[in-house]
Design a protein around this ligand. Structure first.
Ligand SMILES: O=C(O)/C=C(\CC(=O)C(=O)O)C(=O)O
Length: 295
């Protein structure tokens, strides 16, 4: 089987997303999206846990324009391991309209970190989902965090809500801003003021360096597409409690979804339901990501 044959159950991203009715404010940033390959140019990593369909920078930039956004933050996906070439190529061809979050190997040199900074990288991602990444000892990750801190970078963490108690001490010792993917993946069938989500809110309340992406209703929802009603109160709560520490992203091209593929226009149309005033929308989509990625 050629290395780039996508997984049999892989769902391709939506072929023709709708134009959203909601118009993002000028300068809006899609702060969580990925590029995949193309594998013929940027092969997927041998240690990957999934093989996606190619999702190129040109397709990402076309989506950005369709949705009414101006900028992207491209997050290294685990299928590319710590080979950031596809990500760097996308940033290099964005006319300054993309920044990135990389994955780096523990032995990355300081010279390489500086090169990544010059190329537009502003953070590293630590992935704690067992289905996506092999275990790396915490002290190895802490060492990486200490080395990127002087560059002004942040750490993006991806984990599931039931793992937060075990990860709490590690997260709260990180010496940088910490950005949590997809609200820490709550079980949205539990109450928004129940113990599980309260724990996450407490993490943000007690640690002002912790931010959250209020992203991925399509991944978290139990009630389902296209309204994703059950996710709205969770995102709304974070946006209204921590208006200056939330980010929003499409998560295009939506890796590893198994039940359906969202229409990205529909996802954008959820924004006014979770950020209910123009001021909150401006912070979520413009002010916060600009402060973190373009300051
Ligand atoms: O796109 C996301 O954020 C979520 C992913 C993929 C991922 O994180 C990765 O490949 O690095 C997931 O839950 O499978």
């Amino acid at each position: 089987m050629p290395a780039s044959t996508m997984d049999k159950d892989w769902l391709r991203f939506h072929p023709n997303p709708s134009k959203p009715r909601f118009r993002p404010p000028p300068g809006a940033v899609d702060a969580h999206c990925h590029v995949f390959g193309p594998a013929a140019v940027f092969p997927y990593a041998p240690e990957r846990k999934y093989t996606p369909c190619d999702a190129s920078k040109d397709q990402l930039f076309a989506l950005r324009d369709l949705l009414g956004f101006e900028r992207n933050v491209i997050v290294q996906a685990t299928c590319h391991g710590s080979d950031n070439r596809a990500l760097l190529d996308a940033i290099a061809h964005s006319n300054g309209r993309a920044r990135g979050v990389a994955s780096v190997a523990p032995n990355v040199s300081d010279a390489e970190l500086h090169r990544l900074h010059e190329a537009g990288i502003r953070g590293v991602r630590f992935n704690f989902l067992r289905r996506l990444a092999d275990f790396t000892p915490r002290e190895v990750l802490m060492d990486i965090a200490k080395r990127i801190a002087p560059l002004g970078w942040h750490v993006v963490v991806y984990f599931e809500a039931q793992d937060l108690p075990e990860l709490w001490d590690f997260f709260t010792r990180l010496p940088t801003t910490v950005v949590v993917d997809h609200m820490g993946r709550p079980d949205v069938s539990q109450p928004v003021d129940g113990p599980q989500f309260e724990r996450f809110v407490r993490l943000m309340r007690e640690h002002p360096n912790v931010w959250s992406k209020v992203s991925c209703p399509e991944r978290l929802s139990v009630s389902g597409s296209p309204a994703y009603d059950d996710v709205v109160p969770f995102a709304q709560r974070l946006v209204e409690t921590f208006p200056d520490r939330v980010l929003w992203g499409t998560d295009w091209p939506h890796p590893n979804l198994k039940t359906h593929m969202p229409d990205d226009g529909t996802l954008v149309d959820m924004i006014p339901r979770i950020a209910r005033t123009a001021q909150l929308q401006q912070q979520l989509l413009v002010d916060n990501p600009m402060r973190l990625y373009w300051a």
